[in-house]
Design a protein around this ligand. Sequence first.
Ligand code: AMP
Ligand code: TRP
Length: 342
Amino acid sequence: MSEPAASPVHSSPADAAALPRVRCFSGIQPSGAPHIGNDLGAIRNYVALQDRYESIYAIVDFHALTSTHDADLLRRRTREMAAALLALGLDPAKCTLFVQSHRPEVTELMWLFTTVTPVSWLERTPTYKEKRENQPEDVNHGLLTYPVLQAADIVLYKASLVPVGRDQAAHLELSREIVRAFNNRYGPTFPEPQAVYTEAPVVLGTDGVRKMSKSMGNTIEIFAPADEIRRQVTSMVTDTERIKRTDPGRPEVCNVCQLHRFFGDDYAEIWDGERTARTGCVDTKKLLVERILRHYAPARERYAELMASPVTVDRVLEEGAERLRPIATATIAEVREKMGLR
Ligand code: AMP
Ligand code: TRP
């Protein structure tokens, strides 16, 4: 786990013990199958942090509504994402997993936050500009307000640590600005949240150029059938300057080689094999498929079990939302008081 983006925070378990009630929060959209970018960039930190802090994780269906408009699809993906997170290691005995819309207090806090957020901050958000280009037919208001809801998500629970991938840096910065604006106007109320990154804050996609992302179609999906994972890895763009098998490669720019870092303990050897042309791209890809399948085998098994028992998953989500009620209610009462709403 690397240092948070902003000023350093407590990073050893001993420090954590000395500082009670440090909360961690993150959200993930139920917008499709989770990929290894999600896991390496964020989910593995969700799992690590649940042992060290009071951790809360949301499947952010309100956010997903800005792009997914099919009710059945959203319902299905929400349950699939919950099963995926549990399969990858979230433990309901150690953390709270819930569906964002099941704790609707967040929408009230979001509204209150819109009144301290200048529109110009939202209009300059990079993800808003991207979405405007990606879905020009559907530039809904939710896309603009998206980061305000994200800020509300985090601080409704007064969380200060937020495990995310680097693509969320601008959103996190905005969350901090919104919190600062609120605290300045109404008095110190919320901690300023900080991002926590993994060793792989940006995982590149199979095209080797852009970040791995569902919307780009360049993903390696964790729970896809083995043949599909094989196809996705085989399609990866490697070192474009390595034309012949006998050409020495540049492992530092080869995404396949870079991914080996996370799926075995012989990265140095793989690196050297590519550098000296002892191994070719095809060999390195075959090995990566095997390693990914081996690494995720227990999670894939657990995912299949959970998907066969939807009540188990739904119960975890219901209990999660219920457990959060007192915190959410207390924050709303405090904020209403401070803002003159009673
Ligand atoms: P999303 O699927 O966009 O809701 O992302 C869920 C989490 O995964 C967020 O914390 C993202 O920052 C993280 N994430 C998504 N794609 C990547 C990637 N290619 N590399 C690293 N982290 C990622
Ligand atoms: N915007 C995040 C993403 O696209 C999802 C998200 C919503 C989130 N609310 C959050 C992440 C709160 C961290 C904290 O991945």
